[in-house]
Design a protein. Structure first.
Lengths: 93, 177
């Protein structure tokens, strides 16, 4: 008798248990890398926010705007990364 | 992510075919195993990034919308009462805001807010060193520009625009930097 395999899958699914969908090899580490990058970029954005606040208090309008634009680009990069990872794996990763 | 186990024919088993008998007897949903997946956490991180961008953008917008100059025309002191290298302390734009008027060695008059841009301690004129000094953390500012030159302050002292009229020095407005 096989201890694992399609036979068990059929029996298991009959109980209402949902098995994880197939995922591509390496999808997990890629998601982890994306998460690490995301956290690093959030750190940069936090620094940009404090910098923008300092520039705002110093009355430097154009420099505050530059900080906001860089922060926006980081956010757009994060959205793009989320989109790419959405295609690369499953929600398990 | 467990190790890939081969089946009886030596082929690696996929996630689906790795199910065991124990899972039939204890059919807990796999998605309940991990309440927060890496992908979910990444999604939250991206939204947090959006919030940080919104805050930074709001500051940039505010700097264009909100006028940061304060004060109105106010007489300070007779111009002749401040000799070169001398200082006159006064309150501007309100009676609670300390400010200082300096006559530089070249004869030019300059005025700054007397509130340190680090932690708002009172700044004083150190005639011996020729610097504006904050005693709390030894911050120093250049008398010519109000720029920070030493210590923790990173922003210049807010400058007060002056006008000399009939021998009297007037403060017109205070602007940051």
């Amino acid at each position: 008798m096989r201890e694992s395999g399609e036979e068990w899958v059929r029996e298991l699914e009959a109980t209402g248990y949902h098995l994880p969908p197939e995922r591509r090899p390496g999808a997990g580490p890629i998601a982890l890398l994306g998460l690490a990058l995301g956290i690093l970029l959030i750190g940069i954005q936090l620094w940009l926010l404090t910098l923008a606040f300092n520039l705002y208090l110093a009355g430097k309008r154009s420099d505050t705007l530059v900080a906001a634009i860089i922060s926006g680009l980081v956010f757009l990069g994060g959205l793009a990364m989320l989109r790419v990872l959405g295609r690369a794996g499953t929600s398990r990763d | 992510m467990g190790a890939v186990t081969p089946d009886q024919d030596g082929r690696p088993l996929s996630n689906r075919t790795r199910a065991g008998r124990w899972q039939v007897e204890f059919p807990y949903g796999w998605d309940a195993d991990e309440l927060v997946s890496r992908r979910h956490l990444l999604r939250w991180a991206v939204w947090a990034s959006g919030a940080l961008f919104a805050a930074t953008g709001a500051l940039a917008g505010l700097s264009y919308v909100r006028e940061r100059s304060r004060g109105s025309k106010q007489a300070i002191v007779a111009a002749a009462a401040v000799p070169p290298g001398g200082v006159h302390y006064f309150n501007y734009p309100t009676s609670d805001d300390q400010a200082l008027l300096l006559r530089l060695a070249g004869g030019q008059l300059v005025a700054y807010s007397g509130k340190c841009t680090h932690l708002a301690c009172a700044v004083y004129w150190d005639a011996k060193d020729g610097k504006l000094r904050c005693p709390c953390h030894n911050g120093q500012f250049a008398p010519e520009t109000g720029d920070p030159i030493a210590g923790p302050p990173s922003r210049p002292l807010p400058r007060i625009t002056l006008q000399e009229e009939g021998g009297i020095v007037y403060a017109l407005k205070e602007t940051p930097a």
